[in-house]
Design a protein around this ligand. Sequence first.
Ligand SMILES: [Zn+2]
Length: 169
Amino acid sequence: MFGFTAGAECLRCGAPARVAPVAGSKATMLKRAHEARGLCVNCAVHDALRHLYPANLILEQSGPKALALPHIQQQFFEICRMAGTDAEFDEIDWRAIIAHWDLPFPSPVKRTATNPVTEEDLAMARQEGEQRRAGTWQEPLTAEEYQAQRQAAIDDVFKAARKALHEDP
Ligand SMILES: [Zn+2]
């Protein structure tokens, strides 16, 4: 549910939203809603990311900074396009996604066939990442090295996901 309709707003961030179903849509990621209840496109991107294993774990550890990188954004959207999506790349506001990163979702992350981690697992990863970035975790990495390592890991995950989708029509 993206865009604007009077009275409709995003369940998570409260941004104005629009009911705009796409006829015959087969989208499995970023699908437009048929009723005035749902997430704006930015929260829908974050929702897809928090269910995309293992990028979800890495992003909880690293925080959302890597999402400001254009090649990370492009790779994520490529995954969405291959999975079918009603969204356009240009309507995604990545700065809003990062700014709203800590807002709660109306429903917790659930285990699926492709995602083995739950909301609790993600919370633990987030805590671990915060300790590492704060330097209270004993390891021979600086905060910058850790951040760079996490960004490279997200890059690898997205590349692997794109490759898998290419090989699995
Ligand atoms: Zn939203």
